[in-house]
Design a protein around this ligand. Structure first.
Ligand code: GTP
Ligand code: MG
Length: 453
């Protein structure tokens, strides 16, 4: 997950700040020493770390001098603001043109080819901003590169240009441009070759391709696992090609992310998207404020809400909420909510988007995996029940029905009993929650999720 390492390490320090209420100059200095260490451990570049700390120090100590002591909330706010600043201030909006030519560059294996497909899918299919995209294969060195790209282009049903017999990449580039002009392609996206190091031959080739196409966007693809050396590599690409943005891939992994954290600040080039998995749909817009919230353990409610909204089922959710508030919640509702949860992605990823209230955060991978398995088992069991049983869970106590469901689902009696117990517990919790909400009070959210974790 995005900057998970940094977030985990920071959590204790942030809690310490929050517990203090008021802070003196000495407190602040101690905390900043800790934060500095954590950033360095997370692989954040030394100069970026020092810039970050000295900025916060100046602002925070200024507050103390103004007001004698200052509140921990204010210090957290300063840290948050500066995090956002380092990460690039605002999300980079895509530079829409009547015709865009996008060139994807980066080191070998960084994720260029995969990202070509993700980006076309995002701009053309999701945002529906272009009418006629074309994917061009300009990596003629790795034997399987053209086939890999063609498979991806077919998957998203987009036009594809390659010349398998031609050995001169610049010739292919010129022909591809002519082809794009003739066929009125309005989004032309170029997959280029990667190398282990930034060698001169590759750079010259990329510069020549740039001259031929005059791209509207040159995107540097960086692997989230990269260490500090990525800063120099990116700088070299930028000097030679003038990059317009950066896409960081493999951020679904356990990469520390510190080097990436420094990238936007170091080069003053925005990060536009994050690659969050191998699938074509796994591309997220990079929002500095949301990432800063996640790093500080303040949660990312906006992304969570968006994910829920992407399911496009607000009406159904509203209906379910009303049912819950009326104390009516049956196994069908449970099934629907479990299915929605699965559609939103993996449970671990979802809990990490939540603010650090209650016990849902800080769950171990083991617990999350076992909850995910339970969800699947419960879904299978409920799917083997009749509509009548789902609406009226009391029927499920009958031995005959139980036997039939166990046989149909292939699950064990223990799993069946577990489901019924959890369901009853959930019903009770929902009743309590609805009473609290109806009385206009704030509910204790720490109890939510008891059924699964
Ligand atoms: N988990 C994960 N894997 C990714 C992501 N992006 C790419 N990959 C994987 O990383 C590997 C390399 O991706 P490619 O797209 O082939 O990388 P490339 O930069 O085109 O590589 P070359 O053409 O050899 O230079 C593949 O196995 C991809 O599936 C991502 O966001 N998350
Ligand atoms: Mg490739």
């Amino acid at each position: 997950m995005v900057f998970n390492f940094m977030q985990k390490r920071l959590e204790k320090t942030i809690r310490k700040v929050q517990s203090k209420g008021l802070l003196s100059k000495e407190n602040i200095e101690d905390i900043l020493k800790e934060v500095r260490l954590i950033l360095l451990e997370s692989d954040v570049n030394l100069k970026v770390t020092d810039d970050f700390i000295s900025f916060i120090e100046k602002k925070a100590i200024g507050k103390v001098i103004d007001t004698d002591r200052t509140s921990s909330q204010e210090i957290l706010r300063i840290i948050y603001d500066e995090l956002v600043n380092i990460l690039g201030k605002e999300a980079k909006k895509w530079n829409f043109q009547s015709r865009s030519i996008v060139m994807m560059v980066g080191l070998q294996g960084s994720g260029k080819t995969t990202t070509v497909a993700k980006l076309v899918n995002n701009l053309f299919k999701k945002e529906k901003r272009y009418k006629n995209p074309l994917i061009v294969a300009l990596d003629i060195y790795r034997p399987a590169a053209i086939d890999q790209l063609e498979t991806l282009a077919k998957k998203i049903n987009v036009a594809f240009y390659a010349e398998r017999a031609e050995k001169d990449v610049l010739k292919i580039a010129k022909n591809a441009l002519e082809f794009a002009n003739k066929n009125n392609h309005d989004l032309i996206i170029l997959d280029t070759a990667g190398r282990l190091q930034t060698d001169q031959k590759l750079m010259t080739e990329l510069q020549m391709i740039k001259k031929i196409f005059i791209p509207t966007d040159i995107i540097f693809v960086a692997d989230g696992f990269s260490g500090q050396e990525i800063l120099n590599v990116a700088e070299e690409f930028n000097n030679k090609l003038k990059l317009s943005s950066i896409i960081v891939t493999k951020m679904d992994s356990n990469a520390k992310g510190g080097a990436i954290f420094s990238l936007a600040y170091w080069l003053k080039i925005p990060i536009s998207y994050l690659g969050m998995g191998e699938k074509i749909a796994n591309l997220e817009i990079f929002y500095p404020n949301r990432i800063a919230s996640r790093i500080l353990g303040l949660g990312d409610i906006e992304t969570l809400t968006e994910k829920a909204q992407e399911l496009g089922n607000e009406k159904a959710q509203e209906k379910m909420f009303r049912k819950m508030m009326a104390g009516k919640f049956d196994l069908d509702d449970l099934l629907v909510s479990m299915e929605q949860l699965s559609k939103m992605g993996n449970l671990g990823a979802i809990t990490r988007l939540l603010p650090s209230f209650g016990k849902l955060r800080n769950l171990s991978e083991d617990k999350i995996n076992s909850a995910q398995t339970k969800l699947e088992v419960y879904k299978i069991l409920i799917n083997s029940m009749t509509n009548k049983e789902r609406k009226n869970p009391r029927l499920l106590k009958h031995q005959k029905r139980k036997e039939r469901i166990l046989k149909g689902s292939g699950r064990t009696a223990q799993e069946y009993n577990d489901l019924l117990r959890q369901f009853e517990k959930m019903q009770k919790q929902i009743m309590q929650l609805s009473k609290v909400l109806k009385a206009g009070k704030i509910p204790d959210l720490s109890k939510i999720g008891n059924g699964f974790f």
